[in-house]
Design a binder for this molecule. Sequence first.
Ligand code: PLP
Length: 437
Amino acid sequence: MLPRVRSAQLYEEAQQHIVGGVNSPSRSFKAVGGGAPVFMQRAEGAHFWDVDGNKYIDYLAAFGPIITGHAHPHVTEAIVRAAQNGVLYGTATELEIVLARKLKEAIPSLDKVRFVNSGTEAVMTTIRVARAATKRTKIIKFAGCYHGHSDLVLVAAGSGPSTLGIPDSAGIPISIASEVITVPFNDTDRLKLALERWGDDVAAVLVEPIVGNFGMVMPKPGFLEDVCRLARGAGALVIYDEVITAFRFHYGTTQTFAAFPDRAAIEPDLTALGKIIGGGLPIGAYGGRREVMAQVAPLGPAYQAGTMAGNPASVAAGIACLDVLAAPGVYEKMDAQAAHLAAGLAESASRRGVPLTINRIVGAFSTHFCDHPVTNYEEAQDTDGEQFARFFREMLERGIYLAPSKYEAWFLTTAHTDADIDATLEAADASFKAMAG
Ligand code: PLP
């Protein structure tokens, strides 16, 4: 057993002061057998060191943003420079234009963007804008997709709530929940039925175009085209939540991903962004077509504001992170390493008799303890959570840090080395052996 005495002490103390001892429920170990989560002290590249001095290879990447690895020198330098120049002005700055330009260059569906502080805010505001633009109130979302913790989208909301057995959060009035229609991901017929029934009231169809919140799940061929065609046929807008997917698989979003050659057929009206675009500092952004974004104050009647929005530190970190990702070969390396890792995990699990389905998209993948494909939320739920918890613990003991939830992905970063991958495969084989034995 790795000694984690100090983590246990800090957890005791944290619980006295911080609700549940954590500042986001997804950081707790409730879904993987409970007990003290690991308290980290330092991180560099693809590695963590905890408060007891244990070292881990990190596949959490802070739930996604840390794609260049921890403390990447270029990103760190940008943050230090921003701090030296003052971290918050409450005025316009030139840096905001630089990041907005970079986003627009990479994501052609954005005529205009607005920076906010989190993915939650970004999605929440796209819904408001869609409602303002259509003068309708209802939203269609897909079961298991997580869109942050604003009221409207916490219905059947995927990884975080599902991990903790909270399919729908308390504290949300029925009047709000009744504005949300949930249909299964990858199910065109059910979407069509929902639009036939409620279409005239639907402001937007909101989707993670590639799902990252009940594992990594690709849309079936034609599904995104169907979403866009059916939504528009009903006079609704299409909102893509690309908070996880933007700059994850290539320098762009799902909308520009080579897997979807007919870009025009899958282009959304509004896009929500977050995570990677802030290089590890708090950020979100939303954007879309000029006439839709014209709804937003000060141009239009839909109000949205933020004291911290577009702050120089987050924006500078985001620009630096995108610089790193724009270098040639970055995604190819993560792809090759993730392919090697996923193939090795599959081989090892199969040799040890542990059923495992792996969904991989470039440098991100999910491991589902089951012997069936995972293409929607129901199939992701129908996997062995206890096996996952056991695997998580076995890996942790061997210095591999995974997200503490069967629904979350493994993220490669530009900092992972081939030696990290080999060490992970060795740990996984020993873990599967322990599980089988
Ligand atoms: N949308 C998606 C797809 C997410 O995965 C998340 C967070 O995991 C969010 C929105 C919310 O982002 P944030 O945690 O920055 O509020």
